[in-house]
Design a protein around this ligand. Structure first.
Ligand SMILES: C[S@@+](CC[C@H](N)C(=O)[O-])C[C@H]1O[C@@H](n2cnc3c(N)ncnc32)[C@H](O)[C@@H]1O
Length: 316
């Protein structure tokens, strides 16, 4: 669809097709940032908010505007090597990087890195991801926060790293994995202010863009109306995946990358997972008609991923 036939939503700079426009986006009276309390969001003129010093990017990287096609031989491949270097991929060819990194918490594939060394690994992989992502492409990084004494807010670290590298942060999704803590009794002290402890029911997905919030490449959308409505709120209810069932220590459910892929990419786009594990991202890419490329350091996980991908293809 030609871009001119779309409505612009002033607040987010987004456009939606006229046929799918919801009336609530277009009231007659525009609002602006309230000086007291929270204003209404409809047709919101946010120019005052974005003109404030806090909203201006600290550093502007040189924009490349690069949107390249990947060579055919990297499409639908998983490479057995560290994703700190993704030399098979040219600059600017990936539409979306979606991943869940190792957490350095003692899983089979984890070392015992210091926090600085661990964040250094993530930083190198995110910098390499920045190189291979096209202008207007996105990243979506799933992380859980860890521990209680102390509480390690990995979501803050990941958002900080992405921001410092030059990605444009878009938001943070709360992935709600359960409604209640089930049999967990890890509440610290029972019915006492002595030391009650929070029991997490959620993880995070940090979402950011490269150079432009808007996709520069044109393509065909595939997301259904109801899925779009569910995907554009900040809390997602998705059942977790069983490690035993999949045969990997920490898989995410295919439904998580699938929703991200449908929300942020077009049909036939290239989706990267630099920590591919059991291939959940690749399965989601196959099921949504996208291409994937991935990396993992463990040959056994790659074999498992290939088997899951073959099964997904056989049921297409
Ligand atoms: C949390 S798991 C990813 C699970 C995946 N999302 C899934 O659903 O199966 C992290 C993966 O990163 C891999 N890994 C660890 N260090 C790596 C590195 N430097 N480069 C590429 N993969 C790495 C591990 O072997 C592990 O499979």
């Amino acid at each position: 669809m030609a871009i001119d036939s779309r409505h612009e939503i002033p607040d987010a700079g987004l456009r939606i097709p006229e046929s799918q426009a919801l009336p609530c986006y277009f009231p007659i009276v525009a609002t602006s940032t309230a000086s007291f309390g929270a204003g209404k969001r409809e047709s919101h003129d946010s120019s005052e908010f974005y003109a404030r010093q806090m909203s201006r990017p600290a550093s502007a990287l040189q924009a490349t505007g690069l949107v390249a096609d990947a060579p055919a031989d990297v499409l639908d491949q998983i490479y057995c090597q560290s994703s700190e270097s993704m030399e098979q991929l040219p600059d600017g060819c990936v539409a979306l990087m979606v991943t869940s990194p190792p957490y350095n918490v003692g899983k089979d594939y984890d070392g015992d890195l210091s926090l600085d060394d661990y964040l250094g690994l993530l930083e190198r992989v995110f910098i390499e991801s920045y190189r291979v992502i096209e202008a207007g492409g996105r990243v979506a990084v799933n992380v859980a926060n860890l521990g209680r004494k102390p509480y390690l807010a990995l979501n803050h670290h990941v958002a900080g790293l992405l921001n410092d590298i030059g990605f444009l942060l878009r938001g943070e999704i709360i992935w709600q994995k359960a409604k209640a803590a089930g049999g967990s009794c890890a509440w610290g002290s029972w019915q006492s202010a002595k030391n009650p402890t929070l029991r997490d029911l959620h993880e995070y997905v940090i979402v950011a863009s490269k150079e432009s919030y808007r996709r520069l490449r044109k393509g065909e959308d595939t997301i259904a109306r109801d899925d779009f409505l569910d995907a554009t709120v900040s809390v997602w209810n998705i059942q977790p995946e069983s490690a035993t069932r999949v045969g990997h220590p920490a898989p995410f459910p295919v439904a998580l990358p699938q929703r991200l892929i449908e929300l942020y990419t077009f049909a036939n786009d290239l989706v990267l997972d630099p920590f591919m594990g059991a291939g959940s991202t690749a399965v989601a890419a196959v099921e949504t008609g996208r291409h994937y490329v991935g990396y993992d350091t463990e040959p056994d996980y790659i074999a498992l991923a290939e088997a899951r991908i073959a099964e997904a293809r056989s049921t297409e």
